[in-house]
Design a protein around this ligand. Structure first.
Ligand SMILES: [Zn+2]
Length: 85
């Protein structure tokens, strides 16, 4: 089962893990969200993250990918640890 960043929802692959303060790889967050044991943008809101995620994926996805993104990304994002309340 693949893992997803618990902040932005992008798939965690070997090259996309964030880092903990001791330099080990984070099991929960990607390098765009989390480095050296802390969030890169600690004050980012859910809405801002949603906009950022959509922008990051734009251009790389097919038409179908775009459809899934705009339809399911908000729900996926809401289920992540960082946004669950
Ligand atoms: Zn992330």
């Amino acid at each position: 089962m693949s893992k997803f960043c618990q902040s932005c929802g992008m798939p965690l692959e070997e090259s996309t893990h964030g880092t903990e303060s001791r330099g080990s790889l984070s099991e929960k967050y990607c390098h765009l969200c989390y480095e050296n044991g802390q969030f890169i943008e600690p004050d980012i809101t859910y809405d801002q993250m949603l906009a950022r995620g959509k922008k990051n994926c734009r251009g790389s996805g097919s038409g179908i990918g775009q459809f899934f993104l705009s339809t399911f990304y908000p729900f996926q994002l809401k289920k992540l640890d960082r946004w669950k309340k």
